[in-house]
Structure formats: C-alpha cells, structure tokens
Ligand binder design. Structure first.
Ligand code: C5P
Length: 403
C-alpha cells in the first residue's frame, strides 16, 4: 500500500534517534524508499553507517558535499520525496523551521521543500514546555506542518512528562495516513474512543480512567490503511491521531448524536473503543450543589446512558457491515466477552483483562482476545500500536481489502 513511496527522513540529535532506526526498518518492510539525512548532532547518537545500512541508501550529512551538489542538489533532494519526516525533531530544529533558518543540510531541505512535512518532536520535558518551543510549535502548526507526539512518560534524562518521541509504529501509522493509500481506501470507518464525562452539576462530573490510547491507535492504524476515519472521542488524555476527522464530545448523549451524524452518509464499519459511562444524572442542575448546614448528603439520582455499540449493531439496514465492540473484563474474560458479543449484537468483541496487575489500563501494552462468530483467538501481548495494526489488518480482510 505504501509500496514505491519515498520519504526524506531527517534525523535530529537526541537520545531517541535510535528509534528512527526502527522506523527505517518498518518503512523499508512496507516497500518505502527512505532517503536519510543525519544532522551533525544526530550523528552523535546514531552512526552514519547504521543509518545508511538500514536505509540501503547513501547518507546525506553535509550541506555542501560537492559530489551531491553535482549529482543532486539540495533543492532537488527536498522535492524528490513524497513526504519529509523529521524524527526526532529537536527543539533546535523546530526553532530553525519556525524561523526559516537554513544553516545546514537538514534546515535547508526543510526550507526548500514543497512536500508535506511531518515532525516527531523529542526533547527534555522543560524544553518542550518552554514558551519558546510552544510558540514555535504554534507557528509550525499555522504553517501546515503535521505533528505526531511527543508521548508522555519516563525520559532518558530522568524526568517525567511530555517529550518522549512517539513510538516507531505510531510514526509509521502517521506517515501511512499522510501518504493515504491502502486496502481500506474508500471505506468509511467510525471509531469511538476515550472516556465520557457526565456532569453532576456545572462544576463536577463522573469520569473513568480510560486514556483513549487504544482507540486512538486503532484510528491511526485504520487511517494508515487508507480508511476515511470518523474519530469520535471523549475527553481523552492522548491527542487524536493524524489523518482522521475528529469530533470531540463530552457526554454519552453527545457521543451518540455525533455517531448518528457520522452515519448519515453511510459507514462500512464501526469500532466502539470508547469507555462510555453507564449512567448520567437523571436531572440536569444549572447551579452547583451546595453542602447543607445539617450535613444532609445529596441524593444523586442516576439514569442509564444509551448503549452506543448496541444501538449501532441494531440499526437494521443502516447497520455497518462490521461492528466491533470492546470488553474490559476482570474475570472469566472469554466467557463474559462471548456473552457480550451476543447481547450487544456486534460481530466481534476485542476482550482484554484489565485486572490492575496486568498494567493494561493506562499502560502502553495490551493483551487481547478477539472473539468472533468462529470462536476466540488470543493474541500475544504487544504495544497498543501493534495490537491496533493487527486489528486494522483484520478489519481490512473482513471488508474485502488486503493488508
Ligand atoms: O457494556 P460494556 O460497557 O461492558 O461494553 C463495552 C463495549 O460497549 C465497548 O465497546 C463500549 O465502547 C461499548 N459501549 C457503548 N455505549 C455504552 C456502554 C458501552 O458503546 N453506553
């Protein structure tokens, strides 16, 4: 699907540069030609030899390499690719890009290119949060530069927070979505993701711990296979993926309305990964519930939320061909999830064991069992992006494409 496409990959200087070696491998496996450019600082972290060996390409390191200027000038180099990717994009590279500085090969290529550019930033958390970096990012977004990540987590420098380079599989999915051609081309797929927030009064709400990470990864993987993804998300803690139509909602009722709206022009599949709250307040109050002098506790009255998955699965002639639900279980995972498949009327259930000791809820990995009419299939534990890629490939198979 990405076969024959070509990418100019600029590798900046940062400890995360090793991940761009894995990215090169993923791209090459998918038949993508990678033209690497290593900045001077990048070469402090990964060797020119490993980069060029993995890419199977000559490495472009210096701006005024005489041979290169004769064979292929930097202007041409910046335009020969279908997409320019900067990973890791350091604070320094971002600053140069935002200000149009061109004082080495990487920054010159970035100024000279007429192709879309994707940046995958990676830096220390303070550098990321610094107003200067945030100003540069806003400028780059206004200039139409696409961005993936950074992720939040433990950093090599010992700090914690946003600044980690997105995982190679995530960057790969973002690249594939931007190149936009695959077995799901022409298919419209709805993905619900994240938690919902149900207001108790104007200042309080009921929430759950869903991060939206798995739903986001699935949407990215579907887009990577060329699908037109309608991504309907509650207030998730991870940003939505690239290359999808994003609709942000708060409550289950808003999510259902957005789903119905997206379904107006037909859907081929619906993947319900959202952790929708089961209940909301029976009545809306427009003023904050106050503590009383007597200490009497408020009697909160709940009512049931619509079951979005069940609603979609029972749409009759408007039902998407494939409806997939999720089941977060703590006991008897396969039996409970199989029952849930029948009860909801969906085609597949992706079941996972969310006992705290599995570390799955809120973690980077997932271990799932896919339950279909044909039975249960347990997949090996893997990064959420990997699980998403596998599920997206299965969806492509089911809808008649080939991944
Ligand atoms: O019923 P339970 O919450 O265990 O089912 C989980 C599945 O149902 C998930 O796919 C979730 O997205 C979906 N769901 C929904 N609307 C609800 C509750 C759950 O779409 N109100």
């Amino acid at each position: 699907m990405m076969q024959g496409k070509s990418i100019l990959l600029i590798i900046g200087g940062g400890i995360a540069a090793y991940k761009s070696l894995l990215l090169i491998r993923l791209l090459r496996e998918a038949g993508v030609k990678v033209r690497p450019v290593l900045t001077k600082a990048g070469a402090e972290f990964v060797t020119p030899l490993s980069v060029s060996a993995l890419a199977g390409e000559k490495l472009n390191e210096a701006l005024f390499d005489l041979n290169d200027e004769a064979e292929m000038g930097h202007i041409q180099l910046s335009r020969a690719a279908d997409l320019v990717v900067v990973a890791p994009a350091t604070a320094d590279l971002l600053a140069k890009m935002a200000h149009g500085i061109a004082n080495d090969l990487a920054s010159t290529l970035l100024l000279a290119t007429d192709k879309p550019v994707l940046i995958a930033p990676a830096m220390n958390v303070r550098m990321w949060l610094h107003p200067a970096t945030q100003r540069n990012l806003a400028q780059l977004a206004a200039d139409g530069i696409q961005r993936i990540g950074p992720d939040e987590g433990d950093m090599a420098c010992g700090e914690f927070g946003p600044g980690r380079l997105a995982e190679p599989a995530e960057i790969f999915s973002a690249i594939a979505a931007l190149l936009g051609n695959g077995p799901l081309k022409g298919k419209r797929i709805l993905v619900t993701s994240g938690p919902t927030h149900e207001p108790i009064d104007p200042v309080r709400y009921i929430a759950n711990r869903s991060s939206g990470a798995q739903g986001t990864a699935i949407a990215a993987a579907l887009a990577a296979l060329g699908a037109q993804v309608e991504f309907i998300t509650g207030p998730a803690s991870v940003p939505p993926p690239l290359g999808v139509n994003v609709v942000k909602v708060e409550t289950a009722a808003e999510m259902l309305a957005a789903v119905e709206n997206a379904a107006k022009i037909g859907l081929d599949a619906a993947i319900c990964a959202a952790a929708v709250a089961d209940w909301r307040m029976a009545e809306q109050t427009s003023s904050k519930i106050k503590k009383t002098e007597s200490g009497a506790l408020p009697a909160l009255q709940f009512t049931e939320n619509p079951d979005i998955l069940k609603t979609i699965a029972n749409w009759g002639k408007n039902r998407p061909r494939l409806v997939v639900g999720f089941a977060a279980e703590t006991d008897d995972v396969v039996r409970n999830a199989s029952e849930k498949r029948l009860r909801k009327g969906c085609d597949w259930i992706v079941a996972n064991d969310v006992r705290p000791e599995t570390g799955i809820m809120g973690g980077d990995e997932n271990a799932v069992t896919l339950i279909t009419a044909a039975g249960a299939e347990t997949w090996p534990r893997a990064a959420k992006a990997e699980v998403a890629r596998r599920l997206a490939a299965r969806i492509a198979d089911a809808l008649g494409g080939q991944a």
